[in-house]
Design a protein around this ligand. Structure first.
Ligand code: SF4
Ligand code: ZN
Length: 158
């Protein structure tokens, strides 16, 4: 791992976001993969002690979380918006779709697991984002239009 990436993992806001994400993925994994083995996560971020506690997810979910760790650490946005509100959309399309379904499932359930304020923050930012954004697909940045094969971002998958 490069020093840059290591430094990004140690950033407080990166660590906080990753903890929230790991909690959401854990809730998803418990609900959908209860019959699988869920050993303690072994990832680049967990190896650096980014998570406050042991994260337990199955191998498949660990792969998704590992991918998201890097995307979050290397995010060029500061302050970072919710990915759904970002015009860059650096996630691969299938990873973005996977994470959306996780959030839909785990978001409401996470409110009773210490994420009440995160859920509130999410609702408020979504509300503000919708008010700022004029309606209609024509408002997508031109560079992002008509690029169905490369994720929503129009950028090659990383
Ligand atoms: S989609 Fe946007 S906000 Fe989300 S990690 Fe990528 S660049 Fe950052
Ligand atoms: Zn799982």
């Amino acid at each position: 791992m490069s020093r840059d990436l290591e430094g990004r993992f140690r950033d407080r806001s990166v660590a906080r976001d990753l903890q929230t994400l790991a909690d959401m993925i854990e809730i998803w994994c418990e609900g959908h993969h209860a019959d699988r083995e869920r050993p303690p996560l072994q990832s680049e971020a967990s190896g650096l002690g980014v998570y406050r506690r042991r994260v337990r997810v199955c191998e498949e979910c660990a792969g998704h979380l590992g991918y998201a760790e890097k995307r979050r650490a290397l995010c060029p946005k500061d302050p970072k918006p919710f990915c759904a509100h970002c015009e860059i959309r650096c996630y691969r399309r299938e990873e973005a779709a996977w994470q959306r379904q996780v959030m839909r499932y785990s978001g409401p359930r996470s409110m009773w697991r210490g994420h009440f304020l995160d859920a509130l923050r999410h609702m408020l930012e979504t509300f503000r984002h919708r008010r700022r954004r004029p309606p209609g697909p024509s408002n997508r940045p031109a560079a992002l239009a008509g690029n169905p094969g490369r994720g929503d971002s129009g950028q090659p998958p990383r």
